[in-house]
Design a protein around this ligand. Structure first.
Ligand code: PEP
Ligand code: MN
Length: 328
């Protein structure tokens, strides 16, 4: 149940409620409600009248299985990463290479995405590859490159953590952890990152329903970390023409069901550079609080234009232009 305290409730009311819940053998905790008011979550089948007392404005039973993520009874949350605020009304743009390679190319990418308006730098040091023979990232060396790129640009760094045993190491470098599509049902990992206060991006697995993904987010919230952002990155369908099928309706749906900010990742969502800008715009049109986009300073593929001497301009054309949206 969610217990909302009235604005004039005494601090002792909250303490007494926590004590009453503990005496009944129930878990409870104070929750920020997004508006600065006090709210208490009690994991309980306790009769609601047992929680009624002076200073309590409402005792509400939640009907959603994802009770902490749910939008019932609580205002939408804003997740802060340094000075960046996700869910505060202005779209946030995270951009950078899929995988961290050389330090110089990462710094070049970081400068380019910053000048195109990105707020955060993404890049994988530990990559969850489908094939064990693929390049799985530079590991801690890559984390060092990310720290150097942050130093050079001031952009906070978003980099994936693959297992519970890596959390302390990656947390020493990362400003935000994505929990990737291949790992978002790794419950020991979700519990472990839930014990940190590091902001998290919980991506949607290839074959995972909207509700299942919300339960993954709930694992983190129930472990004590309120800083969760959802990320829609495409699911598997019968159609292999695009790499994945971007489930755009899941963006406004998640905003309707939960209080969590939602961003969209059009890069795996399409797997085609030519489609990224329009699907990014579509995501923002669908109400996304931001985007995470893969970019690389060196173009390859059929639409690549000669790299030098105007390499950066070409990079910008491939990612930010091509549509009316100038990321800010
Ligand atoms: C990535 O961002 O490079 C990545 C592995 O993402 P996802 O987990 O969505 O596949
Ligand atoms: Mn990638």
């Amino acid at each position: 149940v969610i217990v909302s305290l009235s604005p004039d409730a005494r601090p002792s009311t909250c303490v007494a409620l926590l004590a009453a819940a503990a005496a009944a053998g129930l878990e409870s905790r104070p929750l920020p409600d997004g508006r600065g008011g006090d709210v208490l979550g009690v994991n309980s089948a306790l009769p609601t009248n047992a929680l009624q007392r002076p200073g309590v404005a409402a005792v509400q039973t939640t009907h959603k299985p994802y009770r902490l993520a749910s939008r019932e009874h609580r205002a939408p949350s804003v997740v802060r990463v340094g000075e960046v605020r996700i869910g505060a009304g202005r779209p946030v743009l995270m951009a950078g290479p899929c995988v961290v390679e050389e330090r110089e190319s990462l710094i070049e990418a970081a400068r380019a995405v910053k000048s195109a308006g990105a707020n955060m730098l993404r890049g994988g040091a530990y990559k969850p590859r489908t094939s064990p023979y693929a390049f799985r990232g530079l590991g801690e060396v890559g984390l060092g490159h990310l720290a150097a790129a942050r130093e050079a640009t001031g952009l906070p760094v978003v980099t994936e953590v693959l297992g519970p045993e890596q959390v302390d190491l990656v947390a020493a470098y990362a400003d935000m952890f994505p929990i990737g599509a291949r790992n978002m049902a790794n419950f020991p990992l979700l519990r472990r990152v839930g014990k940190t206060d590091r902001p998290l991006l919980v991506k949607r697995g290839f074959s995972v329903t909207v509700d299942e993904r919300l339960m993954s987010a709930e694992y983190v919230l129930a472990s004590g970390n309120p800083n969760v952002v959802l990320c829609e990155r495409g699911i598997r369908s019968f159609d292999a023409t695009t790499r994945f099928t971007l489930d755009l309706s899941a963006v406004p749906l998640a905003k309707e069901l939960t209080r969590l900010p939602v961003i969209e990742d059009p890069s795996p969502g399409t797997g085609k550079r030519s489609l990224v800008t329009r699907m990014a715009l579509a995501g923002l049109g669908a109400g996304a609080d931001g985007l995470i986009v893969e970019v690389h300073p060196t173009l390859t593929g059929p639409s690549a234009t000669p790299a030098r001497p105007s390499r950066r301009r070409n990079w910008r054309r491939s990612t930010a232009a091509g549509g009316p949206f100038t990321p800010r």
